[in-house]
Design a protein around this ligand. Structure first.
Ligand SMILES: [Cu+2]
Length: 117
């Protein structure tokens, strides 16, 4: 009978632990796209920028940027993380950019970028 008691206790604990699990976080709906369901970034939210320096080891780029409307940021010079490693292959100081950045895990990260030279 002891084994049965242990099994019952384990089952009770498992049920309790399951009950105590936090509600899984719901996916962030993100900003309203206003598009047609595609994933392309609205050109209106692309900011202007000029690359000042590139740190490939740190996967970061220092950009002198215009207003970032989605982040409520005025024009300034700052470092961004680069989300797509392929970008680090071509990006050079002096490049003029159209880009989009998001706050990802507390780091400002370039999520979309194109050359505007
Ligand atoms: Cu900034």
């Amino acid at each position: 009978m002891k084994a049965l008691t242990v099994a019952a206790a384990v089952a009770a604990f498992a049920a309790f632990a399951w009950f105590m699990l936090p509600t899984p976080p719901r996916p962030d709906p993100g900003p309203p796209s206003g598009g047609h369901g595609g994933h392309a970034v609205d050109p209106a939210v692309l900011a202007d920028g000029v690359v000042l320096s590139v740190d490939r080891a740190a996967k970061s780029v220092t950009i002198s940027h215009g207003p970032l409307r989605n982040l409520g940021m005025p024009p300034m010079t700052m470092a961004f993380q680069i989300g797509d490693p392929a970008v680090l292959e071509w990006i050079r100081p002096g490049d003029k950019l159209k880009f989009h950045a998001d706050a990802v895990g507390g780091a400002f990260t370039v999520s979309s970028i194109e050359i505007a030279n």
